[in-house]
Design a protein around this ligand. Structure first.
Ligand code: MOS
Length: 718
């Protein structure tokens, strides 16, 4: 395993990296969104007269003076309809207009002068109230021969646990607020916008502006975090691009932090009722999970948290159902490990409860139900070393010191508990194309439309190309985030390295071939007509070698390049998933109930690890987010108004450094050769899955209190 510093580290820490909002084309005007202050209803009128007279105001667009946008052609995770095309209000904080002015401050001040009159209705804002009327989407039953229902299967076990687990709405709070800068040159438009994939933006813009995709150039090499909230395109982007066209000058719109909470989607609330039934020796005989997710009236996305119960532990009988409750709240969307983050809180807590009922160690119970095949489809796993994750993790963490009796270990004023959970996330390999250009300065440029959200993807490009070309990592120049480069994977679903990595390798090989061809065929080449090979960055013939940069310079050729495409994984007779194990120690203050996470070990089975340095950061980041989910994060919806009650970074709590213990990460590093020659699966979401449950299980071990409703705040422990 290589351990390489981030290639983009220096430009990021010195401020030289240009994020979307850092672009200031000549003649720039500034957009500021108008947002709704009711959660459901109809806009009757918007009085913009005063605002139009305010200093610097250029234009004000509203549903009564709209920018023309076409309906989106296909459903994604963002909103179903483009902004300000009608007077419907579907949530509090919805974009209902755009003020454009000479400066940001002028646009913001003018926005405050617009008065809006609404016919407001009471919003549907309580998930709990909506649960009894949740709408069913689908049911999956996998039953053993002769078993007629999951409940019959549950009855046949020796020990059964049933409980309901709930998770609140959460939001991504990526460091970089969403921003879009657009400028037109003739009928071409250049867009800088914070996104997890420039091609996603091209696709969406071409739908809503009814223009050929070739007329858009979206450039966004740096992203200040995404976690899912920069996957889809949000309303400020089409408004900004359309305003720039209407006004004939560049426009920039940056969301305020508070606007990010509502204009951009959030993770839905969930409730899961889980029943597990096992034989006396711990063998699961039935797993049942009825999962419900909230969803916004403004879009279709909802989670299916119960699905994970079909994919992790072996059981002859499985049942999953999915339902949704529609609320008048901002769009619901993907957030790190969609479905499985919440799904694992319920499943992994329930496993811990079952272990308690059986009087079994929670690791032994999981080992007992580890399975070489996918529990629902029966397909063998491509590569699974989960048992080793348990063994190595238990050893590194000191799991044997755990007391099986909750509430019995103390250290002064603190109750001490140990907990664990399985980590997992689905894996796959899509199609990707990459270009590698060998330049006369001895550098190799690797380009494709991929995105680096802070994940280390650009460094992965550098490491893989450097190894393939036999040159130092520092001589590779990764170019990500430009829609004019070959179509590579967008950043999402833990699929960047597994999809783009093989394409980088193929493209480097193709570039080597192109160089060898040039060396043999170019008339002025010292290797003309000879048998030529390429190794360690040099063209060779017999004993003579020449670095590729020197050869190109001597021939007066600036660069040779090649583009290669790695196809979607063709293997259909195996199932693919990353695995891991979390172990943690939690201390709960005996008097105040304050929970603190004090130790963590995570062992990861995610195939080949391309760069241990950035991979470790991905796992640590996932665990940090899991600790936040366990103890802090809770986006509160006011039941009367449908407004988020804590839509600020002061009120929406996420962990700070002092909340996070040292996190030990170990990679098993077994290549998944059925997925690709590279053998890398995914790690972006894995570290988050199971982390909150590991905390909840440790809290139970410390206190004897089983908290099934996240977050685990101190009031629940008193
Ligand atoms: Mo991630 S939630 O797949 O962007």
């Amino acid at each position: 395993m290589r351990s390489v510093d981030r290639e983009d580290g220096p430009v990021k820490v010195t401020g030289a990296a240009t994020y979307a909002a850092d672009h200031h084309p000549d003649g720039l005007a500034y957009g500021y969104l108008l947002t709704s202050t009711v959660a459901r209803g109809t806009i009757l009128a918007m009085d913009t007269a005063q605002a139009e007279k305010a200093p610097g105001v250029i234009a004000i667009y509203t549903p009564f003076h709209p920018l023309e946008l076409r309906p989106y052609a296909k459903e994604e995770n963002g909103e179903l309809t483009p902004p300000i095309q009608n007077t419907d209000v579907r949530y509090y904080g919805q974009a209902i207009g755009l003020v454009v002015a000479e400066t940001f401050e002028q646009a913001r001040d003018a926005a405050a002068l617009v008065s809006t009159r609404c016919d407001a209705e009471r919003p549907r804002a309580s998930f709990t109230d909506g649960l009894p009327s949740a709408v069913g989407t689908s049911v999956v039953d996998v039953l053993a021969d002769g078993v007629s229902s999951i409940d019959e299967a549950l009855d046949a076990g020796d020990v059964t646990v049933t409980a309901t687990y709930t998770t609140p709405a959460e939001t991504h709070v990526a460091m970089e607020p969403h921003a879009t800068v657009a400028f037109w040159t003739g009928d071409q438009v250049t867009v800088h916008t914070a996104t997890q994939g420039v091609r996603l933006v091209v696709d969406r813009l071409s739908e809503t502006l009814a223009m050929d995709p070739a007329r858009f150039r979206v450039i966004n090499p740096y992203v200040g975090g995404g976690f899912g909230n920069k996957w889809d395109m949000w309303p400020h982007t089409p408004l900004t691009v359309a305003a720039a066209r209407a006004l004939g000058r560049p426009v920039k719109t940056v969301l305020t932090r508070e606007q990010v909470f509502t204009v951009v989607g959030h993770r839905p609330l969930t409730a899961q009722t889980v029943s597990l039934s096992a034989a006396r020796d711990g063998t699961l005989v039935a797993v049942k999970n009825d999962g419900v997710s909230s969803k916004s009236a403004s879009n279709g996305f909802h989670e299916q948290p119960a699905n994970l119960s079909l994919a992790l532990y072996g059981s002859a009988n499985l049942h999953v159902s999915r339902k949704a409750v529609t609320l008048d709240v901002p769009a619901t969307t993907i957030m790190r490990a969609p479905g499985e983050s919440n799904g694992s809180f319920a499943l992994e807590s329930a496993l811990d409860e079952l272990a308690g009922e059986l009087g079994m160690d929670p690791v032994d119970l999981r080992r007992k139900n580890d399975t070489p095949v996918h529990p629902a489809t029966g397909l063998p796993w491509s590569s699974k070393h989960l048992a080793e994750c348990y063994t190595v993790g238990a050893e590194r963490f000191g799991w044997s010191r755990r007391s099986p009796r909750p509430g019995t270990v103390t250290d002064g004023d603190w109750l001490v508990g140990l907990g664990m959970a399985t980590a997992t996330y689905g894996a796959g390999r899509g199609q990707a194309s990459i270009n590698v250009r060998l330049r006369d300065d001895g550098r190799a440029v690797v380009s494709g439309t991929a995105a680096d959200l802070g994940t280390g993807q650009s460094t992965v490009f550098a490491v893989l190309a450097a190894d393939r070309l036999g040159i130092p990592v520092g001589r590779v120049v990764p170019e990500l985030g430009d829609s004019a480069t070959p179509p590579a994977a967008n950043a999402g679903g833990s699929g960047s390295t597994s999809t783009n990595g093989p394409a980088v390798q193929l493209a480097a090989d193709a570039a080597k071939e192109a160089l060898v061809k040039l060396a043999t065929e170019h008339e002025k080449s010292p290797f003309h007509g000879q048998e030529v090979t390429f190794s360690a960055g040099e063209v060779r013939s017999g004993g003579d070698g020449m670095p590729f940069g020197e050869l190109l310079t001597s021939l007066g050729v600036a660069a040779v390049e090649a583009t290669a495409t790695s196809p979607r994984n063709p293997v259909r007779d195996h199932a693919f998933r990353s695995f891991g194990a979390h172990f943690c120690e939690v201390r709960v203050n005996r008097w105040t109930g304050e929970p603190r996470v004090t130790r963590w070990s995570c062992v990861v089975d995610a195939g080949t690890i391309v760069n241990a340095t950035t991979a470790r950061s991905q796992i640590v980041g996932g665990v940090v987010m899991g600790i936040g989910q366990a103890l802090l994060e809770d986006l509160r919806i006011e039941p009367e108004t449908g407004r988020f009650g804590n839509a600020t970074m002061a009120d929406y709590l996420v962990p700070i450094n002092a909340d996070i213990p040292p996190i030990d990460v170990e990679f098993l590093n077994y290549p998944d050769t059925l997925l690709s020659d590279l053998g890398a699966r995914g790690i972006g979401e894995l570290g988050n899955v199971g982390a909150a449950a590991a905390v909840a299980n440790a809290v139970h071990n410390a206190t004897g209190k089983r908290i099934r409703d996240l977050p685990i705040t101190l009031d629940k422990l008193l």
